[in-house]
Design a binder for this molecule. Structure first.
Ligand SMILES: Nc1ncnc2c1ncn2[C@@H]1O[C@H](COP(=O)(O)OP(=O)(O)O)[C@@H](O)[C@H]1O
Ligand SMILES: [Mg+2]
Length: 215
């Protein structure tokens, strides 16, 4: 019986892992905190308890490319899945596209309800590409609906001050940030790209230029 239950749980977890749509399966154990001293380990430990999730709070990872924002977001997502929750990982611009399609089919409300059925949403890469005005509105709708009801983890290479440009509208950006930041942990990562470090290690004396071209 015990064995059977364990096998069932493992299967359910694997199902949730696949359903989450992580681009990679990176765990918090795999994260080298020594390499990124700007991250307060205690903050990540606190997040790992998933208290933020039970309190419907948000998490934002900010920093330049390659510093581990997606890794940490996925790592927390995996913790949530291990604890039995449903997680949805999406690239921010892909999400905007999906919301647009839903809207064209007159099914935006339905789509937003479906998204809100996830205990945790991870919105990756806010700011690599600016949203168009409709996209910005839809993201605002999603965030408003979820406000104080469910957690979102965001990652962004843009500081909050630059979100006006990302949303192409200062008022929407302010309204979005107002809701996100009301109950939120911000992890500001300042440091070198881990990808660059790996390249250096293998003697590929990559330049900063190469880094920026590849990102
Ligand atoms: N401190 C770290 N320890 C271990 N691996 C790391 C660390 N930081 C980044 N990485 C790895 O480097 C790569 C880039 O990290 P990623 O999370 O995609 O960066 P970002 O999302 O900030 O651009 C990934 O393969 C990630 O697992
Ligand atoms: Mg990333």
């Amino acid at each position: 019986m015990e064995e059977e239950r364990k096998a069932k749980d493992a299967l359910a977890m694997e199902y949730r892992m696949r359903f989450a749509g992580f681009p990679v399966r990176k765990t918090l154990e795999e994260f080298d905190f020594k390499f990124q001293p700007s991250i307060d380990k205690r903050v990540i430990h606190e997040l790992r308890t998933l208290r933020f999730l039970y309190n419907a709070e948000n998490v934002v990872f900010l920093g330049p490319p390659g510093v581990g924002k997606t890794h940490l977001a996925v790592g927390l997502g995996i913790e949530a899945i291990k604890a039995g929750h449903k997680v949805y990982f999406t690239n921010a611009n892909t999400l905007v596209e999906r919301l647009k399609v839903a809207s064209m089919k007159d099914a935006l409300e339905q789509k937003l309800r479906k998204l809100n059925s996830f205990k945790l949403i991870i919105m990756d890469e806010i700011g690599y590409l600016p949203f168009d005005i409709e996209g910005a509105h839809r993201i605002f709708q999603l965030i408003s609906k979820r406000y104080e009801r469910g957690s979102v983890i965001f990652t962004s290479n843009r500081s909050y001050g630059e979100w006006g440009q990302v949303f192409q509208d200062q008022m929407i950006a302010t309204a979005v940030l107002d809701r996100i930041l009301h109950h939120c942990t911000t992890v500001n990562i300042k440091g070198e790209s881990y990808r660059l470090k790996e390249r250096k290690k293998y003697g590929l004396t990559g330049t900063k230029q190469m880094e920026s071209v590849q990102q």
